[in-house]
Design a protein around this ligand. Structure first.
Ligand code: SF4
Length: 376
């Protein structure tokens, strides 16, 4: 009898290859499930926790160009019951989150709420509050990034609209925690001030744990004051994202952002750690953009040695990015890196599963938490 693959393996395999969605299923998914951008290449499916306790573990899949040729196909076996087949044989059961009621509502500016923030895992609301990156506008976009095209969304959202959406989702029971990020803006705060403004509006309406992501700020006093304000208004976790630890490679992959000195990351992480504390500060590294394992593991260890966990995400080539035709990293490579990263966190006494906001590290973007919890 074939052994059922682990949750982590299923996740990395689906993220590597994408998932074919039969055209006849698209309209039904959009109408009844949490799949507002399925026709533009993004879907979240959930796996059952191996503990058998009913917990659903999300898998965030970016299909890019490769999804149409994926060996994995989503199939509805009976109304509301889904499985994934691999080359027509059963691969895994999946659950689709029902379409949350707030998706049917409009913000005060008459924008459909599903274009303002989306559910990316059970209870997890996410918004890219501003999708107009200054580096995209100056021809210096990070080559793996297609933020301006993401995902059937309103590229520019007012903080008020994001807050209305978050509170509507909270009120209908579909939102338990929130993560927000922004493209980089041409301001000293790089967009973080707008996130903090949004946080304050949400916090005034409901006490929901929140997590923010940002580029490092060169103005450290400004960073400190914004992070303190964020913490006072419900933010429990922060990710200051490096994306590429290979500092020789990074200016090529990220012509603008890649030139930020590593020392700036260290300083920003230190400030964030002093405010949010252990296990609440992280960074993101994208795997499969030209770096080697040695640079990644060295970077993960350096960050961990000062108390920062690296959330490893596979490069999922997105349509519209410079790297849209790049091969994603293999599932085997991802699993091996996750195992090594988890070992590094254990060495430094860091807990990948302890993030108070329960957001990004528990989310569907990476299998690192699944490896930490259940192994490969
Ligand atoms: S990843 Fe790079 S290009 Fe994309 S939003 Fe961030 S800074 Fe801009």
């Amino acid at each position: 009898m074939n052994k059922q693959p682990s949750v982590a393996r299923i996740k990395v395999e689906l993220q590597e290859k994408g998932i074919r969605i039969p055209p006849e299923l698209v309209g039904r998914l959009e109408a009844h499930y949490n799949a507002p951008a399925v026709s533009t290449g993004r879907i979240v499916v959930c796996l059952d926790s191996p503990k058998g306790d009913g917990e659903l573990l999300p898998v965030f899949i970016v299909n890019g160009k490769r999804g149409a040729a994926s060996p994995y196909q989503l199939t509805e076996t009976s109304p509301g019951t889904f499985e994934v087949r691999k080359e027509n044989a059963f691969y895994t059961n999946v659950t689709l989150i029902p379409r949350p009621p707030f998706y049917n509502r409009l913000t005060s500016g008459n924008i459909p709420m599903y274009k303002v923030a989306v559910i990316v895992g059970p209870g997890h609301l996410r918004s890219v509050v501003d999708q107009r990156c200054v580096y995209q506008q100056t021809g210096q976009a990070c080559k793996f990034c297609a933020v301006q095209y993401w995902w059937n969304a309103a590229a520019v959202k007012q903080s008020e609209q994001v807050a209305e959406t978050a509170l509507a989702g909270y009120a209908d029971g579909s939102v338990k925690h929130i993560s927000m990020t922004t493209a980089t803006l041409n301001t000293p705060d790089r967009g973080l001030a707008n996130l903090v403004k949004t946080v304050k509006l949400i916090h005034a309406g409901a006490k929901i744990p929140m997590m923010l992501e940002s580029e490092p700020l060169l103005d450290h006093a400004l960073l400190k004051s914004l992070l303190l304000e964020a913490k006072a208004n419900g933010v429990t976790s922060i990710s200051i994202n490096i994306e590429c630890f290979d500092r020789e490679l990074s200016p090529d992959i990220m012509p603008a952002k890649g030139k930020i000195p590593f020392a700036e990351y260290m300083k920003n992480w230190e400030i964030a750690l002093n405010i949010f504390g252990k296990n609440e500060v992280s960074t993101v590294a994208v795997v499969g953009i030209g770096e080697d394992d040695a640079s990644l593991l060295k970077g993960i260890e350096t960050a961990a040695s000062v108390g920062v966990m690296t959330f490893l995400v596979p490069h999922s080539p997105a349509v519209g990015a410079v790297f849209e035709d790049m091969e994603p990293p293999s599932a085997e490579r991802m699993l091996a890196l996750y195992e090594k990263a988890v070992g590094i966190y254990q060495k430094y006494g860091l807990d990948m599963c302890a993030c108070t906001a329960g957001c990004v590290r528990g989310g569907g973007f990476s299998a690192i938490k699944d490896v930490a919890r259940f192994g490969v």
